[in-house]
Design a protein around this ligand. Structure first.
Ligand code: PLP
Length: 378
């Protein structure tokens, strides 16, 4: 039974040991996904409190198919369909649950999945659970994807192409136009995970609006309410019959309790703020650009793709931890992201920009960066 201790020791040796930390008031958090600061927005908080007072109810008590489907769930689904300009949407407990539940219901043995190399872990797990044959194409290498499609598509029954919209650890965007073309040309379902796109790109509406596209013939669009929306839960939008299919056949939909109703009530307030203030995502982009330009003065490899995810690549795990420790000692919490979230030797500080940051916080942060010992930076 000493494999627990041995396993932990092996992680420590490789500088891959992790701990959860309480990010208290004394630290400024620079790595949350609360891009618009909506998790603490008074209007959203007030909606939740009012709902709890009125309904006097927390949990939903059952899965949606049993008795856990309330008016709050229905209204949020309808709002999401409007927000995403989609035929229909269905809620899931979380983004992780959506990906591991939906993908295996779409494809199985005898089918094929083509998956971007940098897709989120929940997509990878969904693909594994499905028992379909999985081919990974190099990150955003759509030429390689097409070559794989030409060579392999005909050997399988159903085909699924799957990609993040905004890649969670890198911050770049999938090319939705090319993915649409390839998926339609080769008769594949296209599954897009818009977890980081929702609220941040396309006037806050996500990847479809960003590319000025709307096609649900073969598209299944997933998103989460836990990031820019500032709440919790996730959704999948698609054609009417696809949603009916998921309600009946997706195991994390069937065998998991639905979201607390009042949480569902809070999300539309948040989505409405995003919808009525399209300038928020523009402001977020301007702030991201400004921060990126300053970061470049301090670090050699900083990536920026007009999204609020700005990875500062430090490389070696130990050195990345040292920068992280230094920043923490100076009041800023910027988590070191290491394997398996990113490849070995590509450890990074993943700074996420939020409209909750003010000038003063940022100036203080840049002053601290000036003091980061040189040997830690490159
Ligand atoms: C965060 C994330 C998820 C998981 O969403 P949760 O609601 O936090 O479970 C799925 N996909 C991507 C790309 C993510 O970044």
């Amino acid at each position: 039974m000493d494999f627990f201790l041995k396993g932990l020791e092996a992680l420590r040796e490789k500088n891959l040991y992790r701990e959860r930390e309480l990010v208290g008031e004394d630290l400024i958090n620079l790595c949350s996904n609360d891009y618009l600061g909506l998790s603490k927005d008074g209007r959203v908080v007030e909606t939740l409190i009012r709902c709890l007072k009125e309904t006097k109810r927390v949990g939903s008590g059952a899965s949606a198919l049993v008795s856990g489907y309330t008016r709050e769930h229905k209204e949020l689904e309808e709002y999401l369909a409007h927000f995403k300009e989609a035929p229909r949407c269905v809620l899931f407990g979380s983004g992780y649950l959506a990906n591991v539940g939906v993908i295996p219901s779409l494809v199985g043995e005898g089918d094929v999945i083509f998956s971007d190399q940098l897709n989120h872990a929940s997509i990878i797990d969904g693909c594994r659970l499905s028992k379909a044959k999985v081919f990974i194409f190099k990150h955003k290498d759509y030429k390689e994807l097409e070559e794989l499609l030409i060579k392999l598509r005909k050997n399988y029954r159903r085909c699924l192409i799957v990609s993040d919209s905004v890649f969670s650890m890198e911050g770049d965007l999938a090319d939705l136009k090319t993915l649409r073309k390839l998926s339609q040309e080769y008769d594949c379902i296209l599954y897009i995970d818009d977890a980081h796109g929702t609220g941040t790109i396309g006037e806050g509406r996500g990847i479809l609006r960003e590319f000025k596209l709307n096609f649900f013939e073969n598209l299944i669009l997933m998103g989460t309410l836990s990031k820019a929306v500032g709440a919790y839960g996730a959704f999948v939008c698609a054609k009417n019959e696809v949603i009916d299919y998921l309600i009946n056949l997706s195991r994390t939909q069937i065998f998991s309790t639905s979201l607390p109703p009042c949480l569902c009530k809070a999300s539309p307030t948040s989505l409405k703020i995003i919808e009525e203030n399209p300038e928020l995502s523009l402001k977020l982009r301007q702030l991201s650009e400004k921060i990126y330009l300053r970061l470049k003065e301090f670090f050699k490899e900083v990536h920026y793709y007009k999204t609020p995810i700005i990875p500062i690549i430090v490389g070696e795990e130990g050195r990345t931890l040292k920068v992280y420790e230094f920043l923490k000692e100076n009041g800023f919490f910027l988590r070191a992201i290491r394997y398996p979230a990113v490849p070995k030797g590509r450890a990074r500080l993943r700074l996420t920009v939020s409209l909750a940051y003010d000038e003063e916080i940022l100036e203080r942060f840049f002053e601290v960066l000036l003091k980061v010992p040189f040997e830690f930076k490159i």
